[in-house]
Every structure is written in C-alpha cells, then in structure tokens.
Design a protein around this ligand. Structure first.
Ligand code: FAD
Length: 331
C-alpha cells in the first residue's frame, strides 16, 4: 500500500459524559482548513457509548463525515479499549492525517495509537499547515524549552499524527444547517478490557476554566506576595473576568496550577488579557500572545511583555490595580 492511498483528515473527538470537549471543535475547524488545502474531507471519530446524539453538533462545527464506534467498553475512557478502537478506525479507513487534543486523554491515547499503527506522533503542536507547493503536512511545536519552534514532517509513514494544545486553534463558526454522513464501525473488544472502572469521582469546580474566560487578569512574580492576588481578583470581578497567573506564581504556591498560562500551562485567547507584574518570558508569551487586546502593567519599562502589549502602564502593580478597579467600578 502506498502513502497516496491514505486520504482525509481525521479528528479524534474527545467526549466525557456525552459532552464534547472544546478542543475537538477547535480541531474540526483546523481539520476543515487542512482538508480544503488537500481537496479532501474532514472526518470526526466519535468513540463512546450511546453517543449518537452528538453527531448533529459535530456536523455543525465542520465534520463532513462522522465515524462512530459505540460500545459499552467505551463508556468511560480507559487506555486499551480506546487505543484498540482508534487503531481499528485507522486500519479500516486509512486516513492521511489524524489530530488529537493535547489533553490528559489525548496525551495518553495518541502515543499508544501511534505505536499500534506504526507511525510517528508530533506532540503539543501550536501550528499545522499544508505546504502550498508540495502539499506536505507541516507540524510545528515549541522545542528546547520554547526557545525555538521546530517544524516536523512525517515523510515515510501514514497516518501523520499530531496532538494540539487546547486553545491554540480557532473553533469554526457553527453552520446550523450542515449535515454529515454518519457511519458506525463495529469493533470486537473481547480481551481488551483489562481495566475495570469501579467509580468515577469528579472534582468539584466552582470557577470558570481560564480558557473559556473572555477577560483574564493575570498575575506574575511582580505581585510580590500571594495576598496581593486579591487585587487581581477585585479587578477581575469588576470586569466580569477571571484570574490567571504565570508559572513563577504557581511554582511559588501563590496560585493553582490550573490557572497557569504558558507553554507548560494553558493556552488562552481572551478578548482582553491584563498582565500584571509579568516579565513576558517566551514560555509565558506562548500561552497568551494571541489574545485580542493585551494590557501590561510593569514597573520596568524594558520588560519584554511590552513588546506584545497593545497598551502598557509603567508603574507599581500594587498602586495601579486599586485605581484601575475603582475606575472600572465607577464607569
Ligand atoms: P519574573 O520573570 O520574575 O518577572 C516579574 C516581573 O514583575 C518583572 O518584569 C518585574 O519588572 C515586574 N515587577 C516586579 N515588581 C513589580 C511591581 N511592584 N509592579 C510592577 N511590576 C513589577 N512561565 C510561564 O509563565 N508559563 C509557563 O507555562 C512556563 N513554562 C515554562 C517551561 C519551561 C520549559 C521553562 C524553562 C520555563 C517556563 N516558564 C513558564 C517560566 C518562564 O521562563 C519565566 O520564568 C516565568 O514566566 C516568569 O514569571 P514572571 O513573569 O511572573 O516572573
């Protein structure tokens, strides 16, 4: 079988409790673009149990075709049944490209599938494109601690597989009238269920995920101490936004890991990002530089954060933030 026999862009749809995760919609948007450049179609691969109700939504967000594997063995994510199902889909349909979200599930699943089907995997991509002239699939990811961007190709194996960080790609606009062809692949899971899930304990989250926030007020080491995070919260509340942080604050124990922005945290793209006492290290910028509007507050006018900021305020965050909050409340 030659490489040319592999066709189409496939997106692994991550669903938990019958809810599709945001990154899958982002990948469908990107997949559609890649598929258009290759004059092919984008296919959503939906694994789970009694998940057919999700097909309509996937079609609206760009899937031309949906392949489902619907089986009790896939009710809750466990590694082996999902790897087996995904490998069966790949072996049956022979896609040219397969995309996964770089979530906990995607990071567990994608490397195992790549080993199972004997191909490579480019993890944690921030850019995917089809070369105009050669039609080569190019996957770009940060390397050497984010100091360079490495572009990787997969010339000798198929499918070409990549995981993509949530929040990096844009979700496509919904097309309410779009329809997709749905096909069910029947897979035999005998001997594949080597893990029994006894109980699923859900963490109670009472705040919004920073990746969904339209406004982020983000604190860095320049906040000085954890108590000063209250100043960020006050401004975020006044603006209807959320608080996020740099890794320096997370490492210092001032903020929770789930609100860390950057290369080893989350990638965010809010309408407004206010960086307070953040220097603008490349690893931090990697997670927020695509925000629509960036305001930076820093006492050092040469701080690199000002290079990506639309508006800059040079001064002490502990003095500026209360004034900022007061003005917002008065407006
Ligand atoms: P600093 O760099 O210490 O900057 C503090 C800033 O506050 C300075 O610019 C200073 O002028 C200013 N300041 C001080 N006092 C005040 C004041 N009173 N008022 C106003 N401004 C003040 N970092 C991330 O953020 N996210 C990541 O995901 C991440 N991943 C990484 C991955 C790797 C492999 C590596 C090697 C590093 C990573 N880092 C990450 C760390 C990154 O390199 C920086 O060390 C970190 O971003 C610095 O955080 P900071 O800007 O809060 O602190």
């Amino acid at each position: 079988m030659s490489l040319q026999d592999y066709k189409g862009v496939f997106v692994f749809v991550q669903q938990v409790d019958n809810k599709v995760s945001g990154v899958s919609f982002e990948l469908l948007g990107k997949g559609k673009e890649l598929a258009a450049a290759l004059e092919t179609e984008v296919t959503a691969v939906l694994l789970g149990y009694q998940v057919s109700g999700l097909c309509e939504e996937l079609a609206k967000y760009g899937a031309d075709k949906i392949i489902t594997v619907d089986d009790k063995a896939l009710e809750v994510y466990t590694t082996e049944p999902y790897t087996h199902a995904m490998a069966q889909v790949i072996e049956h349909y022979k896609p040219a490209i397969v995309l996964y979200g770089a979530t906990a599930i995607g990071r567990d699943l994608a490397p195992r599938v790549s080993a199972r089907v004997h191909t490579g995997l480019t993890a944690d991509c921030t850019k995917l494109e089809i070369a105009e002239d050669t039609k080569e699939f190019r996957m770009t990811r940060p390397a050497f601690g984010g100091n360079i961007m490495a572009t990787i190709i997969c010339p000798e194996h198929r499918p070409q597989m990549a995981t993509v960080r949530p929040g990096v790609m844009q979700k496509a606009k919904a097309n309410e009238s779009a329809k997709a062809v749905v096909e069910n692949l029947s897979v035999d899971f005998a001997g594949r269920q080597n893990v029994e899930v006894l109980e699923v304990v859900k963490s109670v989250i009472d705040k919004m995920d920073i990746q969904d926030a339209k406004i982020l007020v983000s604190g860095g080491r320049g906040m000085g101490c954890p108590d000063n995070f209250q100043l960020l919260r006050d401004l975020a509340d006044a603006l209807g936004g959320e608080v996020s942080a740099s890794r320096a604050c997370v490492d210092a124990g001032w903020a929770e890991k789930d609100i860390q922005v950057g290369q080893t945290g989350k990638t965010v793209r809010p309408n407004l990002y206010i960086a307070c006492g953040i220097s603008g290290a490349i690893q931090h910028l990697a997670g927020m530089e695509d925000s629509d509007v960036i305001i930076a507050i820093n006492k050092d006018e040469t701080a690199p954060i000002f290079e990506v900021a639309d508006y800059g305020i040079v001064g002490d965050v502990t003095k500026i933030l209360p004034l900022f909050t007061e003005k917002v409340k008065a407006a």
